[in-house]
Design a protein around this ligand. Structure first.
Ligand SMILES: Cc1cc2nc3c(=O)[nH]c(=O)nc-3n(C[C@H](O)[C@H](O)[C@H](O)COP(=O)(O)OP(=O)(O)OC[C@H]3O[C@@H](n4cnc5c(N)ncnc54)[C@H](O)[C@@H]3O)c2cc1C
Length: 289
């Protein structure tokens, strides 16, 4: 085992982590970014992005390539590994355990995204191929089409009501009790989902009762699981890391940005929060020097 001491270690090389990295780099911080091989599994699967300023109609993977090229041009180092546990030392620094290696840092930024718990078999292989986790984000792709929305909580109703305005037909399948206000155009499905029908692209949904619904789009909402409790004592509210407007978490020296801090799950929010986290983590390190 080797000990490497950094100013800042950033967990996650998606949009939030890379934005934090380039902003901390501009502040001359010695930093390291950690994350999976393709850096942003959700962004990689986004077929088309229309709401990131300056990149109308870009593919998610293409946008991610731009982010990675930008980071590379600024000599941001990315290691493809995951942190298993973070230990807080008595002097307020951190030890991060990453498969056989221990990294030490003065501050950390959590940009770990949202881990989804699959509701349906083969959900992962249909992600971005007619299946999504944010109906309002992908809405324009399904204008005048038929979509099914499966929701684990009441928040799905607002998304379904929005989709009812632009889609030919919306089917709503609540996986919770206590239905609220649904637009009159929505067809309520009182059955449980069994499996996705498709040939690599979503074509519909089979229900446990044996019936099936044909649709071009399928959304599974509210299936997030709590962020890994990587750091004992980190405050989590409704499955998200609690942060203030400086992106500070409940632990001094630990900042968080992007999807892991809450909705909307969007690139622009991740980039903005990453910037704030990168700047404030840099200030934190400078103040302790
Ligand atoms: C199908 C689809 C379509 C979408 N369309 C749009 C759209 O049109 N517009 C839009 O703005 N957004 C869209 N999004 C959402 C967008 O992709 C996310 O909001 C964005 O990727 C969030 O960025 P992030 O950096 O917070 O997290 P992510 O991109 O999820 O990155 C998280 C990173 O953290 C790493 N990580 C996790 N745990 C650890 C650990 N323990 N140690 C180290 N690293 C770790 C992962 O490896 C990964 O690198 C879409 C998403 C999907 C799935």
């Amino acid at each position: 085992m080797s000990a490497i001491i950094k100013d800042i270690v950033i967990l996650g090389c998606g949009p939030a982590g890379l934005s934090a990295a380039i902003n901390a780099k501009i502040r001359n911080r010695d930093l390291l970014v950690l994350g999976t091989e393709n850096c942003s599994p959700p962004l990689h699967k986004a077929q088309r992005i229309d709401n990131y300023l300056g990149f109308h109609g870009v593919k998610g993977g293409e946008l991610l390539d731009h982010f990675l090229e930008h980071s590379q041009a600024m000599a941001v180092k990315i290691h493809h590994s995951k942190v298993e546990l973070v230990h807080i030392n008595e002097d307020g620094t951190f030890n991060l355990l990453t498969g056989g290696e221990i990294l030490s840092s003065k501050a950390i930024i959590l940009a770990t995204g949202i881990p989804y718990k699959a509701t349906l078999p083969q959900e992962d292989s249909y992600l971005g191929k007619g299946l999504g986790y944010c109906a309002t984000c992908d809405g324009p792709l399904y204008r005048d089409r038929v979509v099914i929305i499966i929701s684990h909580n009441q928040e799905g109703e607002a998304e379904a009501n929005y989709m009812a305005q632009i889609c030919r037909q919306v089917y709503y399948l609540p996986l919770y009790r206590g239905l609220g206000q649904l637009d009159g155009r929505i067809k309520l499905v009182k059955d449980a989902p069994a499996r996705i029908i498709g040939n690599g692209q979503v074509q519909g949904l089979e229900l446990k009762g044996g019936e099936s619904i044909e649709a071009e789009g399928l959304f599974v909402l509210g299936g997030e699981t709590a962020p890994d409790r990587l750091i004992p004592g980190l405050e989590i509210v409704e499955n998200h890391i609690q942060v203030d407007r400086q992106q500070r978490t409940s632990i001094p020296g630990v900042y968080a940005a992007g999807d892991c801090t809450g909705k909307p799950y969007q690139v622009a929010k991740a980039i903005g929060e990453g910037q704030v986290a990168g700047l404030n983590a840099s200030n934190y390190v400078a103040a302790r020097a």
